[in-house]
Design a protein around this ligand. Structure first.
Ligand code: TRP
Length: 337
């Protein structure tokens, strides 16, 4: 039995971009073929309906995100790959955990506090304007995701560290009150994994609208790369690869040797136009094969559904008996037995 249980939720809002790939998808897929780790990856679609109230978008992004992971080579025999909403034990556990969660703890959640402060900046009299219970209780649902599968390692972005602390807090309270059923998980924040910059030089993020979607058709990919902001140095003037978005993106895909060779071309004063063309061709070469797979998968949603159902079955083999134990522990029991 391996003792590393790695679990992470994939938010299903929007179309995956290069930054998602480098920061989260690629390391997760690499871990999925590690025989010493048990890995759980799931589409966090209950989380997606907190912010997105358009049913078609909710559905399409689940499809696109699942197709992306599969196209990039996720090993679904080794990893358990499922959709959160296929596991009814998760919302049930969420309720039980809610009863172990101090409201004050949720008051301190960054996402909730940010929403309140936006309201106050906008001059609203109601600090909770537009804030749903879903947003407020988001960390409890996330705790249920993690605790259900006894994960001990949870790879996440820095913004999620607080949610892991809350998860530990909630789990510890349960363990202390009832029975030590839950494993206290740790956030794994990889300082090394690149945070890619986007078109405008800020962090590549959907919220800045500066992303390069992973499977953009060739022409569009080229257009986006041509838009990446550079400085105004002329061809022939030496350029600094550090802090250059074009170099950073290349670096995230290239080998050390390839990066060295490109550093030399920067020193020689490669023209920005030539560099953009070079980056486009390089990325396009790397993305062409998975892009084709992605498009084929998007054309066969029945196959994706079947893969997810298989994953759900694997996951429920664990969650169904574990939830039974949890219910027993809190006193929800068969009265005749
Ligand atoms: N909140 C995470 C995010 O926005 C997604 C997520 C939901 C998650 N449940 C999780 C991540 C459980 C790790 C573990 O990125």
């Amino acid at each position: 039995m391996s003792n590393e249980v790695v679990l992470t939720g994939i938010s299903t809002t929007g179309i995956p971009h290069l930054g998602n790939y480098v920061g989260a998808i690629r390391p997760a897929i690499e871990a999925s073929s590690n025989p010493d780790a048990e890995t759980f990856y799931f589409l966090a679609d209950y989380h997606s309906i907190i912010k997105c109230h358009d049913p078609e978008t909710v559905k399409q992004s689940s499809l696109a995100v699942a197709a992306t992971w599969l196209a990039l080579g996720l090993d679904t025999d080794n990893a358990t790959f499922y959709r959160q909403t296929d596991i009814p034990e998760i919302p049930e556990l969420t309720w039980i955990l809610s009863c172990m969660t101090a409201k004050g703890l949720m008051n301190r959640a960054h996402a909730y506090k940010a929403a309140v402060s936006e309201n106050s900046l906008a001059g609203s009299k109601d600090p909770d304007k537009g804030i749903s219970m879903g947003l407020f209780c988001y960390p409890v649902l996330m705790a249920a995701d993690i605790l259900m599968f006894k994960a001990n390692k949870v790879p996440v972005g820095k913004d999620q560290i607080q949610h892991l602390e809350m998860t530990r807090d909630i789990a510890a309270r349960f363990n202390h009150t009832y029975k030590p059923l839950f494993v206290l998980p740790e956030a794994v924040v990889d300082e090394k994994t690149a945070v890619l910059s986007g078109l405008d030089g800020r962090k590549m993020s959907k919220s800045y609208n500066n992303t390069i979607p992973l499977f953009e058709p060739e022409k569009k990919l080229r257009k986006l790369i041509m838009k990446i902001k550079t400085n105004s140095l002329e061809p022939g003037e030496p350029k600094d690869p550090e802090g250059c978005t074009l170099f950073e993106i290349y670096r995230a895909f290239a080998s050390e040797q390839e990066a060295q060779a490109l550093r030399a071309r920067y020193a020689e004063g490669i023209a920005w136009g030539a560099m953009k063309q070079f980056l486009f061709e390089y990325l396009n070469d790397h993305l062409a094969a998975p892009r084709e797979k992605y498009l084929a998968l998007m054309d066969d949603p029945g196959h994706i559904e079947a893969v997810l159902q298989k994953g759900a079955e694997k996951a429920r083999n664990l969650s169904t008996p574990f939830l039974q134990e949890i219910r027993e522990a809190v006193g929800i029991r068969n009265l005749g037995g």
